[in-house]
Design a protein around this ligand. Structure first.
Ligand code: HEM
Length: 393
């Protein structure tokens, strides 16, 4: 009988981009193994690329929060907690399919590519703000956070006059300096704000996602919930990729220089290497045979996406950041029915941002020792609190 493991969470000292070192040993030994959860549940931990991908693709595994046991002790999730209205990640078909179908057409590759010129403008404007501020500056506050926030505002159809309010609340949500109460209050305010916006758009529709959705059979509450959820899903993730990606590139200047040859390929590698949304969970709806094991109905499986994306059987020399490698197939956006809906938007933002930064600030470097960059610890999304950078004027 296997000894169950707990989920390793501490990243190796001095290697802020690497997953916890124990994950590699666990993966090499058994890509799917027993794991004890903080609430006493005994379930599974999947660390191998093939196993993680298989679970994500398999409808016998549920995404419903109320069926799951969660792997992080600091995540205090009340028993029976269900997905708030509009939250796509915590529900299964047919509810999930209904939302997904309504939203998918708004986030296609074609639509997001059409946005490229706008993404370039917004990015360039934020880099102007950075330049005007002068060195040293915090790249998170001046660029990585506002760019995705402004773009999601535009996509949802938040009027320009309300951007400041929207930015303030979203900054509270992504900041690690805000308390749980402050974050709760920001979510409530945003929900109230989006609810009013939805009602206004029913009367006067404009060309944006929310206006479009007012023509569907979604209720006002569902629409406001979807708005809040899209913000939560799209903001912290993209901001973290922008900031942590820049941090990784500044630590490896040769990679930063090479990125400009093929930004599309480089961005896939950064997504793989960093896998900022590092961990997922699913619950088995029935007994499932997988990788020589039997997962029983009701058992939770923790999916170490970051370990899967560093699996040497899928990505040779996985711990090396190599922006020239072919990293497609990574699981940074998940896989299967819940695969990231905003991935094309995120890709456009990242493909524009890194080359623009390199072009505008050719002497960009960290303003502090890499060990002093404040990391976000055990956050759900891996990243930095701040990224102090400097450059020659
Ligand atoms: C680099 C940035 C991003 C990363 C790393 C990321 C990562 C992910 C991952 C791993 C999932 C799967 C969750 C699961 O299986 O339970 C997901 C789902 C989702 N993401 Fe993203 N995401 C990013 C950006 C965005 C953006 C910009 C948006 C929208 C504007 C967005 C909207 C969503 C939505 C709506 C879902 C839920 C899909 C569903 O459950 O059907 N994401 N994302």
């Amino acid at each position: 009988m296997q000894e169950p493991t707990t989920l390793p969470t501490a990243r190796p000292a001095g290697r802020p981009f690497n997953p916890p070192a124990e994950l590699a040993g666990l993966r090499a030994e058994r890509p799917l193994r027993r794991m004890s959860y903080p609430d006493g549940h005994e379930g599974w931990l999947a660390t191998g690329y093939d196993v993680v991908r298989a679970v994500l693709a398999d409808p016998r595994f549920s995404s419903r929060y109320e069926l799951m046991h969660f792997p992080f002790p600091e995540q205090e999730i009340p028993d029976g907690f269900t997905a708030p209205l509009g939250d796509l990640t915590g529900i299964d078909p047919p509810e999930h399919t209904r939302y997904r179908k309504l939203l998918a057409g708004r986030f296609t590759v074609r639509r997001m590519r059409l946005l490229t010129a706008r993404v370039e403008e917004v990015t360039a404007r934020q880099l102007d703000v950075l330049a005007e501020h002068g060195p040293p500056a915090d790249l998170v506050a001046m660029s990585a956070q506002p760019v995705p926030a402004l773009l999601i505002c535009e996509l949802l159809g938040v009027p320009y006059a309300d951007h400041e309010l929207f930015q303030r609340h979203t900054a509270t949500l992504v900041s690690m300096d805000s308390s749980a109460e402050e974050k709760g209050a920001a979510i409530n305010d945003l929900y109230g704000y989006l609810h009013e916006l939805v009602i206004a758009k029913q009367v006067t529709p404009t060309d944006d996602v929310l206006s479009d959705l007012t023509r569907s059979d979604l209720t006002d509450g569902e629409l406001a919930g979807i708005g809040v959820f899209l913000l939560g899903a799209g903001l912290d993730t993209t901001a973290s990729m922008l900031a942590l990606g820049t941090f990784a590139l500044l630590c490896e200047p040769a990679q930063f220089a090479a990125l400009r040859d093929d930004p599309e390929r480089a961005v896939e590698e950064l997504l793989r290497y960093l896998t900022v949304g590092h961990t997922g969970v699913r619950a088995a709806l029935e007994d499932v045979e997988l990788a020589g094991e039997t997962i029983r109905a009701g058992e939770s499986v923790t999916l170490a996406l970051q370990a899967a994306d560093r699996d040497p059987s899928r990505f040779p020399d996985p711990d090396v950041l190599d922006v020239r490698r072919q990293a497609s197939g990574h699981l940074a956006f998940g896989h299967g029915a819940h695969q990231c809906l905003g991935q094309q938007l995120a890709r456009v933002e990242l493909r524009v941002a890194f080359p623009a930064l390199a072009e505008r600030f050719p002497t960009l470097r960290l303003a502090v020792d890499p060990a002093e960059v404040p990391m976000r610890g055990n956050a759900n999304i891996h990243g930095v609190h701040r990224l102090p950078v400097t450059w020659d004027r």
